[in-house]
Design a protein around this ligand. Sequence first.
Ligand code: HEC
Length: 161
Amino acid sequence: MLYRFLARFLVLVLVFVVSTTLPAQAANIDPYISRYLHITEAIALDMDEQGNTRLFSPQELSAGKKLFESNCINCHVGGSTLPDPQVSLSLNRLQGANPRRDRINSLVAFMRQPTTYDGSQETYWCRQVPSSLLSSQQAESLAAFILTAAQKATGWGAENF
Ligand code: HEC
């Protein structure tokens, strides 16, 4: 009886010690962000063509990944574009679009009103994201996730995956 009680008590103490000594900032960081994209501290991303940047924490990128999974992944799994493989989310493709979509602001602008690759007209193939669905902050986190995945994840948006 006493032995069992002591054993349980020890396990509880161990769990407590381990959980409090794990690095506090590991909370809410998706392993894809920290281990695969190797982002463990805030990174600066370009907001616009003028060179303005803003810092995005690993937590914010993790939140962006969640938003991507719940809103975009059906058509854009792994950065591809299933209904139109030519227009993937790879860095090359984003850079080649008109206007370029490899900056946070232009990505957010695209989400608010998706256009064709050459920018000549609106497209209804992609999902439009009004501010009633995602706030500016959320849209920026989502854009930041797409951009860092495009910059760092091997095979992201590859046309033949
Ligand atoms: C129903 C399928 C579908 C969903 C859901 C979807 N997209 Fe798209 N997306 C497309 C298609 C198709 C295109 C190409 C559109 C075109 O060129 O006319 C596209 C294009 C894009 C592009 C431009 C890529 C480039 O190389 O220029 C971006 C950026 C993008 N989508 C982001 C998103 C985001 C962010 C979400 C989630 C909020 C999302 N998409 C949800 C189908 C989808």
